[in-house]
Design a binder for this molecule. Structure first.
Ligand SMILES: *Cc1c(COP(=O)(O)O)cnc(C)c1O
Length: 354
């Protein structure tokens, strides 16, 4: 740290991203990336011409992408906001609705970035513990009178709330934004898109990083009431109007055109997930039933951290969180069928050696 850094940033806890090690080839099951490449249309969409055009700025309004997404989700283009990954949108939303003592609530076990943003913007934060089985008690979010941020399905548990539970939360907090982070919704949970026409305080956040196999392109979008989208644009235009680069806009548009390819991969990943959950259960693991592209699991005979380390030694990376309530667990991304077969073989071997 230099001596020039503003006092307010000196003590902030950082978000800790999953490892992206370069030392050797791992089976990477730690950051919920897709095991499958983007569609052939996405790959073909970027050539010499598009690279040459990088001399030009990108479209700050993302017009093409907004109109394609509006068609895809049956909303108006004014209801769509695009940004440099959905983390960027979460950042803007905390800045817009929970800064300088603004009130916000989220669960104790959820996406770690929410707490980082709440600290950054000095929010008045209410942390609501999950139930013992890691489910969210939605009744604790009714009539809270503060911004609410929920990942649905939740991370790292993979458990989802139903549409009617989310509707109760949204309708009982009419004077606050309810942000539903649907990063993993395409793997089997219910989207709350049908609520959009009824509630002006609902903000849905999505990402291309998981179900669209474009984590490295950095593209996220939000769907909401036009006035909420206008708020996000205000913040974008006082920070970084060109926040979605040209190549990403082109790839993102091609991805919408080949939506069926991606949805098919999501279904394939969901069916791999079911098969692996069964195999893990057979090996004695406790498995939280997941609606996402990862499995949250622990073994009664193995410390979570030790299992993470054993797997890493054997070339398989999974995600371990040191937070005490979940330190016995690991979050395992659902990879390809072949990767998961290797995982199961390696786990059998580790378990047999005690
Ligand atoms: C991965 C993830 C994000 C971030 O996605 P990016 O678009 O890559 O920034 C946001 N929320 C949750 C719950 C996630 O798991």
């Amino acid at each position: 740290m230099s001596r020039y850094l503003s006092a307010r940033y000196q003590a902030l806890d950082r978000y800790v991203p999953g490892e992206q090690p370069q030392d050797k080839q791992y089976i990477k099951l730690n950051t919920n990336e897709s095991p499958y490449p983007p569609s052939p249309e996405v790959i073909a969409s970027i050539g010499d011409r598009e690279v040459s055009d990088l001399r030009l700025y990108s479209d700050p309004e993302c017009k093409l992408l907004r109109s394609k997404l509006a068609d895809r989700y049956s909303v108006a283009p004014e209801q769509i906001f695009l940004s440099n990954g959905s983390d960027d949108i979460l950042n803007f939303a905390f800045m817009a609705y929970a800064s300088d003592g603004g009130k916000v609530a989220f669960p104790d076990i959820t996406y770690g970035f929410y707490q980082v943003y709440a600290d950054l913007y000095r929010s008045d934060t209410l942390i609501i513990p999950l139930n013992d089985d890691f489910s969210i008690d939605h009744t604790q979010y009714l009539g809270l009178g503060r911004m609410i941020v929920l990942a649905n399905p939740n991370a790292p548990t993979g458990l989802a709330l139903s549409l009617s539970e989310i509707e109760e939360i949204v309708s009982s907090n009419p004077n606050n934004v309810v942000l539903i982070d649907e990063a993993y919704v395409d793997f089997g949970a219910e989207t709350c898109l049908p609520l959009l026409s009824k509630y002006e305080n609902l903000l849905i956040v999505r990402t291309y990083s998981k179900s669209r196999a474009l984590a490295g392109a950095r593209l996220g979008f939000a769907i909401g009431n036009p006035s909420i989208i206008d708020d996000l644009n205000r913040i974008k235009y006082v920070t970084n109007p060109y926040n979605v680069n040209r190549l990403t806009q082109i790839a993102g548009a091609a991805a919408i055109d080949s939506d069926e390819y991606f949805m098919q991969n999501c279904r394939r990943i969901a069916s791999t997930r079911e098969a692996v959950e069964q195999k893990l259960t057979d090996l004695g693991f406790e498995v939280i039933p997941s609606k996402a592209n990862f499995i949250f699991t622990k073994h009664p005979r193995f410390d979570g951290k030790v299992l993470y380390q054993r797997l890493k030694e054997r070339g398989i990376l999974v995600r371990h969180f040191s937070l005490s309530r979940i330190s016995q667990y690991n979050r395992i991304t659902v990879g390809s069928e072949a990767e998961m077969a290797t995982l199961i073989d390696v786990l059998k071997d580790i378990l047999s050696k005690g």
